[in-house]
Ligand binder design. Structure first.
Ligand code: ADP
Length: 361
């Protein structure tokens, strides 16, 4: 439905987008995730015709939208956009929502019905006569969403719609996004700096870094097989370790990490510089005298360097010649009877290691 072909955009000397290529399918929720300043808003504004690209093409249903000026009104009407900071007119909720329909010359009776339906959808029935500017941030954002949805757009663009909201309001907006997509089939492009929001909502994610999509894939792919060290770091993989492949080829290989050999499954050839990405939940920690289950896997003795609380879990970091961090429940940590300085064995399966080339990309 939306095709981004090598899209670039510069502000002054800074090339913010350096060649964005991706395709958003009809009926899909596509999340653009990336750190602050990565260019997420810029990309959404280009799709929404609020700004024009310096290079490349954006197609909607096969039409190059920035070329076909005579179609701008029609294309704009296919899309609705919700911004990080909702701007409301100084009038009632009803008037705020009705405005788009008024532009289209819709009958007042029909407007009333549609506003009532859309307020019901966003959970704000009965709010018609409230002054929009007296609402809470979460309610205001739901009014903004209602204002866009009342015109029944085919494409909904959402630019960090929950960045300023409390957790309960975030949950409500997220539920709405999922429901709109499921019940109305609306194609949704949402930007967020919160990778977990991307994971909760999206069918597919594009990770925007250094002006390009460093990876486009399902949440599962992005979180378990990141395409590069940068993506791995952004999606919160705790253990990213540099090494060199010393043995093997396609299949089982050994990677030298500062003199220690780690068994992995990877397609990389001997001599290649690689990064090993290991999710903290895939590491087991056992007492030194305990039985280690992964007999053909990786087991390394080490010393506990730190135990830091993290919500209901603890992050246990062990020095095995290289640092390995594991996330364990408090109960497990208590059961292991470990503290800083304790000797332990850390083990993990070769299959738990995702190997990427050490160079960028
Ligand atoms: P994100 O949404 O990922 O936080 P933005 O798209 O807002 O990122 O911004 C990307 C970069 O482009 C930032 O460095 C920002 O300062 C710059 N930028 C965005 N809009 C403009 C503009 N109108 N003029 C100059 N620089 C801009």
């Amino acid at each position: 439905m939306i095709e981004l072909i090598n899209v670039s955009k510069r502000f002054g000397d800074t090339e913010v987008l350096q060649g964005i290529t991706a395709r958003v399918e009809r009926g899909e929720i596509f999340a653009v995730i990336g750190p602050s300043g990565a260019g997420k808003s810029t990309l959404l504004r280009l799709i929404n015709l609020l700004d024009s690209p310096d290079g490349g093409e954006i197609q909607i249903n096969g039409i190059d939208i920035h070329k076909k000026k005579d179609q701008h009104l029609r294309i704009r009407r296919m899309m609705g956009m919700v911004f990080q900071k909702p701007a409301a007119f100084n009038s009632t909720v009803y008037e705020n929502i009705a405005v788009g329909l008024r532009f289209r010359g819709v009958d007042e009776e029909v407007i009333r019905e549609k506003v009532r339906d859309v307020l019901d959808m966003v959970g704000l029935s009965g709010y018609e006569e409230r002054r929009a500017r007296t609402l809470s941030g979460g309610e205001m954002q739901r009014v903004a969403l209602a204002r866009v949805m009342v015109i029944e757009p085919e494409i909904l663009l959402m630019d960090e719609p929950t960045a300023n909201l409390d957790p309960v309001s975030v949950e409500k907006i997220e539920e709405l996004v999922l429901r709109i997509n499921r019940d109305l089939g609306t194609t949704i492009v949402i930007s967020t700096h919160d990778m977990y929001q991307g994971q909760r909502l999206a069918h597919r994610i594009g990770v925007l870094m250094d002006g390009v999509f460093a990876q486009v894939g399902t949440p599962r792919e992005i979180f378990t097989v990141p395409a590069s060290r940068e993506v791995a770091r952004f999606v919160g993989i705790e253990n990213i370790i540099d090494g060199v492949v010393v043995a093997g080829g396609n299949g089982r290989s050994a990677v030298d990490v500062g003199g220690t050999l780690i068994q992995v499954v990877s397609p990389f050839a001997r001599g290649e510089d690689v990064c090993l990405c290991i999710r903290s939940e895939d590491l087991q920690i056992a007492p030194v005298d305990g039985r280690v289950s992964a007999s053909d896997g990786n087991s390394f003795p080490g010393t506990v360097m730190s135990i830091t609380p993290r919500g209901p879990f603890s992050r246990v970091t062990v020095d095995c010649g290289f640092a390995l961090s594991s996330i364990l429940s408090w109960k497990v940590v208590d059961g292991l009877d470990i503290r800083e300085g304790s000797r332990v064995i850390v083990s993990f399966a070769p299959e738990a290691v995702h190997v990427v080339r050490a160079t960028r990309g």
